[in-house]
Design a protein around this ligand. Structure first.
Ligand code: ADP
Ligand code: ADP
Length: 229
């Protein structure tokens, strides 16, 4: 099934006299359960596209359909519910609450969801079953990012959008984080879109979409994706 369909979306930012064309006609279909990576140089439009899919930004023209609904038809309260219940976000910085344990950070989110994963279950999925009562300061960067992933999936979103989740981590730690995302994708079937420059991503992704200058330059389908062991 198609989860997202974008029809010729463009995005132009206006700053006084200056116009920046961040997206210049993106046609894309994302399928249920897919693990997709957005690659491209800085400024090529990756974050803008991700933010539009997540309802954090709106295109200047074109359409975004989510499960056959046009995002532009959502009023403010429907859009808020879409962002809160259907989409999980992971960013470069973890934004954990320092005075709360890993379990408590995840539990905050499960309170607003109707069909949450137990915080313990979400943390076990990202292999932090033995760190649940640790505070953020007692965890490594990679562990903190995995807590942020557990928090994002605890509300059982249909879609997980990750903007440079490995951006603050070294290569090896980044791989551990990407493998956690791959496991979530496999076990929960969450459609996942990730922006990362980590070289390990090629083995994990179903498709790699290369952006250049606000356009799709090429798409690689990974036919050799490692099957889960
Ligand atoms: P990064 O290079 O770390 O990925 P971003 O993707 O957030 O950073 O931003 C890329 C560029 O977009 C920045 O160099 C900045 O000039 C511009 N930019 C991002 N957000 C804004 C904003 N709210 N207002 C103006 N310019 C912005
Ligand atoms: P990427 O994620 O590939 O680095 P972005 O989507 O962040 O690219 O940015 C694409 C272009 O849009 C860049 O030229 C950036 O400077 C510009 N841009 C992004 N966000 C803003 C913003 N809020 N205001 C103005 N320009 C922006």
């Amino acid at each position: 099934a198609v989860v997202f369909h974008t029809g010729n979306i463009t995005k132009t930012y206006r700053m006084g006299e200056v116009q920046v064309r961040a997206l210049r006609g993106i046609d894309l279909e994302l399928y249920e359960g897919e693990f997709v990576v957005l690659l491209g140089p800085s400024g090529s439009g990756k974050s803008t596209l991700l933010n539009i899919l997540g309802g954090l930004d709106v295109p200047s023209s074109g359409t975004v359909r989510y499960q056959d609904q046009d995002l532009s038809s959502f009023n403010e309260s429907v859009l808020t519910r879409y962002r809160r219940e259907h989409v999980g976000f992971v960013f470069q910085f973890y934004n954990l609450i320092p005075s709360l344990t890993a379990r408590e950070n995840v539990a905050l989110v499960t309170e607003i969801s109707r069909t949450p994963l137990a915080p313990e279950e979400a943390l076990k999925l990202v292999d932090l079953g033995d760190r649940m009562d640790h505070f953020p300061a007692q965890l490594s960067g990679g562990e903190q990012q995995r807590v942020a992933i557990a928090r994002a999936i605890a509300k059982r979103p249909r879609v997980l959008l990750c903007d440079e989740p490995t951006g603050a981590l070294d290569i090896k730690t980044g791989i551990v984080v990407l493998e956690a995302l791959a496991k979530v994708n496999r076990e929960l079937g969450t459609t996942t879109v990730v922006i990362t420059h980590n070289v390990a991503i090629a083995a994990i992704a179903d498709r790699v979409i290369h952006l250049s200058d606000g356009k799709i330059a090429s798409v690689e389908v990974n036919t050799r994706k490692k099957s889960p062991s």
